[in-house]
Design a protein around this ligand. Structure first.
Ligand code: SOE
Length: 398
């Protein structure tokens, strides 16, 4: 268990400082300013491969120091938590080394690039937990207030037993064939494409909200653009600038699959970065025996609830504006009604993690949860490769 009490800090060392690194930095900085925390996060050191870029990121994002070798973080006494914000091909090496060095770990999603790596990470996390060293995977959207409220309402039985789930994660930053390559299009670095990058979120959210797990899938994967411009310097994380020459895309552009849930329900999933006009549309609709619930991240402060018990003439979807103090996380922020954005999920993730570490309880989602999502992704790939054959998902995560 971490030492707690007034004035005690949690020294954070972060690896990687691109899009996710910036989102996590903002969370570490803001969390103690809006939430009462038992430990105050201290942004001790950030690591990156290139010296000048890492020095500049440390200054811009507010880190006290910087290193070009992440291993240096593991031997520092002032670092108690390692935050892994690198591409998936380095997650296993960094997270396992950090846990073995006695550091708590927060690791970006998906947990790994393969089930084998995820199994090693989950095993390392179980060993570390015996010594009070804890690990969590960053499925951040669980911490969107409307999503957390949806889970509460489903658990309270407001829509009855889950029959059908419709889950989509739609973006369009790759719809233009001239959008350049990046690590997210390289199987070696990313493991898979839309499937692991954003489909993993859809799987986690469907399971989180329903409290159920997928038992099997039948899937299609498609790559529409096989060759793209090599990226030049400049541009943002997702919207790069094309340079000289082209290179191959080695991951899927889109994933579509059917699934069964262990509570008897059925589900459809869609993940694509090619859906023109859809920017960050994480859409979930869940139909139960007593009602329905619907969410779209592009209107993220709203949750729609339909209750079949409502009087017929006025029955309809109720639009809940999730901005009131008794909604999850919301009370710590602005006066009622003012709404939150993309970055707040990362702040809530940091808050929940710090509280779990201070209590010595397992933060969620655990590496075992990350491994289970990895098994779903793997089953989707195997099903698609075998012509969409039904593929069962092993569930021996713990
Ligand atoms: C790119 O599709 C991406 O940055 C994902 O990698 C993140 O997990 C998601 O939050 C936003 O989109």
């Amino acid at each position: 268990m971490s030492e707690t009490g007034p004035g005690t800090t949690l020294g954070v060392g972060m690896v990687g400082h691109a899009f996710m690194g910036a989102a996590h930095s903002q969370a570490w900085r803001v969390a103690p300013r809006f939430f009462d925390l038992p430990l105050t996060p201290r942004m001790v050191v950030v690591a990156g491969r290139r010296a000048e870029a890492t020095r500049a990121a440390a200054e811009r994002l507010g880190w006290d120091g910087w290193e070009t070798d992440w291993r240096k973080l593991l031997v520092r006494d002032d670092v108690q938590l390692v935050d892994v914000c690198t591409p998936g091909d380095t997650h296993a090496e960094i997270a396992i080394a950090a846990l073995e060095a006695g550091k708590h770990v927060l690791c970006e999603k998906p947990l790994a690039n393969t089930v084998a790596e995820a199994e090693q990470m989950a095993a390392a996390a179980r060993r570390a937990a015996e010594h009070g060293v804890l690990a969590m995977v960053g499925f951040t959207y669980r911490r969107v207030p409307a999503v957390a409220l949806a889970r509460q309402l489903v658990a309270e039985g407001r829509i009855g037993a889950v029959r059908q789930v419709r889950a989509q994660y739609l973006q369009d930053w790759l719809a233009d064939p001239s959008s350049p390559l990046s690590w997210r299009l390289d199987k070696q670095k990313a493991g898979s494409g839309a499937l692991g990058d954003i489909g993993a979120h859809a799987v986690d959210l469907a399971q989180f909200i329903t409290g159920e797990r997928l038992t099997g899938v039948s899937a299609l994967l498609e790559t529409f653009v096989h060759e793209r411009p090599v990226a030049a310097e400049g541009g943002s994380a997702l919207h790069g600038v094309g340079g000289q020459g082209t290179g191959p895309v080695t991951v899927d552009d889109a994933a579509v699959f059917l699934a069964r849930l262990d509570g008897g329900g059925i589900a459809t999933f869609e993940a694509t970065r090619m859906a023109w006009g859809r920017k960050n549309a994480i859409r979930l609709e869940i139909n139960g025996t007593a009602g329905s619930i619907a969410f779209d991240f592009e209107d993220m402060n709203v949750l729609h609830l339909y209750e079949a018990s409502d009087e017929g003439r006025t029955a309809g979807f109720r639009r809940i504006y999730v901005t009131e103090p008794d909604h999850p996380y919301v009370g710590a922020w602005w006066p009622a009604g003012h709404g939150l954005g993309y970055e707040h999920g990362f702040v809530h993730q940091a808050v929940d993690l710090v509280r779990a570490l201070a209590d010595g309880t397992q933060p969620e989602p655990s590496f075992d949860d990350g491994l289970q999502v990895q098994r779903v992704l793997d089953a989707v790939e195997r099903s698609a490769a075998a012509g969409s054959t039904w593929t069962a998902i092993e569930d021996d995560a713990s």
